[in-house]
Design a protein around this ligand. Structure first.
Ligand code: T4K
Length: 372
């Protein structure tokens, strides 16, 4: 009999009866999008849960990135960013007519190496767009110091960093703006969805205008806006998921502990431990395969897992800098990105989600240890 398929993730779903109740309420209100009751409730609930001053909900996690650059009036120049992310990070820069400049990453957290950021600054640099990759916090203090020294804006793609705190402070408060993804594959999901976090009421207002075509009122358009409003069905779904997200994060934590305990002494397999002072969300469990030490390449292990019906994912391979639109940029040269290039060739994200049981996790571990 074929063993149960284990996927890299599985969506956190609200209780269907509870969701139906909220849907009935939405049906009776007949207000289904455009800043409705559930939209407002979810914004308030998220501000409280995430400990952030202002949040604006979006239809996905890509549009808040695109909108962030518009909201900060960044229209020309270069944005320093990472090649080791989901392609949406760089696309958001490109869609604004800006030039992405890739810098290498630090292998300790897969975030941008601050020394490389500083070295990549030119008179055309206008902003920095780092990613808290896999939810590993970037060195936000050093990045801010660099930005302040050079008068640059910082937009964090925090798509993986839902609910993370560093020394008691929300990681989402770093920089000028942070953005989240609430895609089905994320720790907290609204099916599709996303959010933008900012520091002032004025900025939130501007963002809310921009995500609603730029309308300030029925007759005034303040900027070239877009339509990126979250609807009531997804906001209600999000409210229910928010109630169970802590339990889901704890279940993920247990999965991480089991992987770490079993894989710590396997030669050639490296993974991340928790960072001191950080409340992690365990959104991904990447392992890095050193083929010479492990005795098998990353791709061979990926295929072996697949043959056991275990579908890990090679996030983030290939590097964004190798994709068609970006590969001709001077900063995309592999010699400029040695660490990112190596890690992209070593990484597999193992199954990691709230619904995995100890036996499921053991199945993955057994294949990695036995190599057959
Ligand atoms: N910035 C960063 C750093 C990001 O990682 C992302 C998105 C974004 C920005 C943009 O945010 P969004 O605009 O997407 O909100 C997935 C997601 O589509 C994407 O949201 C995510 N990052 C990226 C890392 O992964 P795929 O193409 O790998 O997903 P897919 O459809 O292959 O799903 C992976 C596995 O998840 C499946 O094998 C099984 C499971 N799954 C997936 C879905 C959709 C389910 O069990 N049920 C489902 O409904 O991109």
């Amino acid at each position: 009999m074929e063993e149960k398929q284990l996927t890299v993730t599985s969506p956190l779903l609200p209780d269907l009866d509870e969701y139906n109740e909220l849907l009935r309420d939405i049906w009776s209100r007949k207000w289904i999008t455009n800043n409705g009751e559930y939209h407002c409730r979810l914004e308030n609930a998220l501000c409280e849960y995430l400990q952030v001053p202002y949040i604006s909900l979006f239809t996905n996690g890509t549009l808040p990135l695109i909108t962030a650059l518009q909201a900060l009036n960044i229209r020309h120049g270069e944005v320093i960013t990472t090649p080791f992310s989901f392609v949406a990070t760089t696309h958001s820069i490109w869609w604004n007519g800006l030039t992405p400049v890739f810098v290498d990453i630090d292998s300790s957290n897969c975030g941008m190496d601050p020394d490389r950021i500083e070295a990549a600054i030119t008179p055309r640099t206008v902003a920095i767009m780092p990613v808290h990759c896999y939810g590993k916090p970037c060195d936000t203090q050093r990045i801010q110091q660099i930005a302040d020294r050079h008068g640059l804006k910082v937009i964090y793609d925090a798509a993986h960093a839902f609910g993370e705190f560093v020394d008691g402070a929300s990681l989402l408060c770093a920089g000028d703006i942070s953005t989240l993804s609430f895609h089905a594959t994320k720790v907290f999901n609204t099916v599709e969805g996303g959010a933008l976090i900012c520091h002032t009421a004025e900025m939130k207002q501007r963002v809310d205008y921009l995500k609603n075509f730029g309308f300030e009122d029925e007759v005034t358009v303040v900027g070239p806006g877009i339509n990126s409003k979250m609807d009531e069905m997804r906001a209600a779904y999000g409210l229910l998921n928010l109630r169970q997200v802590d339990t889901a994060i704890e279940a993920r934590h247990q999965v991480a502990l089991q992987y770490r305990a079993a894989l710590r002494d396997v030669p050639g397999i490296r993974f991340f431990d928790d960072m001191p002072g950080v409340r992690h969300n365990y959104s991904y469990f990447p392992v890095f395969v050193n083929a010479a030490e492990y005795g098998m390449t990353r791709d061979a292990l990926y295929d072996l897992l697949k043959s056991h019906n275990i579908l890990g994912r090679r996030y983030f391979y290939p590097l964004i800098s190798t994709f068609g639109p970006y590969s001709d940029l001077p900063s995309a040269r592999p010699e400029n990105l040695p660490v990112a290039t190596r890690l992209a060739n070593e990484v597999i994200c193992l199954p990691m989600h709230h619904a995995l049981g100890p036996d499921d996790v053991q199945r993955v571990i057994d294949v990695i240890i036995e190599r057959k």
